[in-house]
Design a protein around this ligand. Sequence first.
Ligand code: ADP
Ligand code: MG
Length: 611
Amino acid sequence: MSEVIRLLPDNIANQIAAGEVIQRPASVVKELIENAVDAGATRIELHIKDAGRTLIQVIDNGKGMTEMDARMSFERHATSKLRHADDLFNLSTKGFRGEALASIAAIAHVTLETRHETREIGTKVSIAASQIEAQEPIARQTGTSVSVKNLFFNVPARRNFLKSDSIESKHILEEFYRVALTHPEVGFKITHNGNTLHDLGSAILRKRIIDLFGGNINEKLVPIEEDTDLVQIRGFVAKPEFARKTRGEQYFFVNNRFFKDSYFHHAVTAAFDNLIPAKTYPSYFIYLTVPKDSIDVNIHPTKTEIKFEEDRNIYSILRSTVKLALGKYNIAPTIDFEVETQFDVQPLQSHESIRIPQIDVDPTYNPFEEERKQLAQKSFSSSGSGTMKRDGLKPLQPNRSDWENFYEIARKEEDTSSEIEYEQEQQSLKQSMVLHRKYILAQVKSGLMMIHIKRAKERIIYDQLMEQFIVSPISSQQLMFPIEQKMISTEKLEWENNATSLRRLGFEWDWNKDTIVLSGIPAHLTTDNLQACLENVIHKISHENIDKGELAHELIVSLAAAASGNKHALSSEEQENLVNELFASAEHQFGPTGKRIIQTLEIEELNKRFN
Ligand code: ADP
Ligand code: MG
């Protein structure tokens, strides 16, 4: 089976991983700035053009990379920060997965310029769509500059889901704030389209907060401080009279890492109980330090959720620390609000709850539909030769690049011969037939074309699911009657190790000891074909050492196999649709497991047989 796994090219695996790590320009900003901090930089500049669509550049004065490391850094799982599994519980760096640069390079044009502190000369690497295009020596100072251009140039669906420039810039600023607040000792500059938004000198925390949020925040800040065995707490909360109607600045950090936590948020707001009016929000900048091995930062690829071993105890300590600080500054319940004093704690309003970052999409929405219509109109009206009569055709499901190529040809060369050919093939397909409920036979110019129906269906479903998976999680269908399956403990362990990917693929579950209780399954499965797929998945994850990209490929292969069914009697219209959809795939010759879909019997070959 390992031949199959190798069929997933690295660039696709990287693209899939990129889907998890890089959701929008702000994710690139986060990863690049964190790398600069990890490299020990004391000064970091961030230059943005067009909300990051055109350019994201991060320049640092950190320790730099050697020629070899510069190239290596783009390999998936290349990290200098983690050597043993145990290191995961002893992290002092922000990055550790070694996925960021590989992911970014899979979906953008990247130029890396760097010089290591021990080297005389620097190096420049250019890479796009995971392909190294050039590497050459350059003269430069110690440190690193990474430029990311044309983000998502090869993932049009993702690009189309980007929000307006103002929203994307807000996300970028937010990431910038998070890192700037974590490292007041580092100088930061951020520019957007050439305008300087912030130029922050190295400072203490209070000054950093004022530099970022304006001088008038100074009088608002109440310091908090607590030292216990479980946790050390530092930072500031804003006095209650400055509570804001909109959610203000609310930042938690643990061991120098930003995180989100609605449970701890509740602890803080609970300390403000009766002090602020309903539906207003306190601002806070709270820094926790806990023993490294008492948290797990590995539960989410973008790492804003963190699991605390001692979360309940920390909750109480946090709450009383904030309360004490508010009391100390003699601002406890003397404030008289005219509005109701009953503070209505709403820790889990929709915009506050923990969410795995994802792009909200309607899973039934086809991002190419509109564009295709437009292209189709342009393409076919501009060819203007009158030879094209598309009206009678079913809508195509073309692979984008093919479609664009096709459009390019139609536009540039004004050459309609390929279209005429296509039209003729369409005609001949109308005379196609199904053989033994297994093959479609059709006359083509060169002879007889034979199509393996099940594999063709698998290819089409695989492409659709993969496209969908790269953009967003695959939709899940809820089961009225949960399905149970017993697992051995290693299988259970592996299942949980792959939980993020399995969830993205549409599985939802609970455990009853070693029995998995499935309450949701990928939308393409039925309860009939679930069993086979499930067994395959369990076998794959527990017997083969596969990584995330490969896992997605494997699972989608089994989903496609299961969903393609076994009934292949097709009406002539269904035959035509299937062939249309198949040829829209860039990989129409081979099924997702590498088996042949199409064979052609040349007419000469046939003639020979009758000699
Ligand atoms: P991670 O940060 O998880 O290790 P990345 O893909 O972000 O993975 O980076 C890969 C490796 O490239 C890092 O481990 C580090 O060795 C190197 N690297 C990346 N950015 C920089 C930088 N700005 N300065 C020095 N080294 C860097
Ligand atoms: Mg990193």
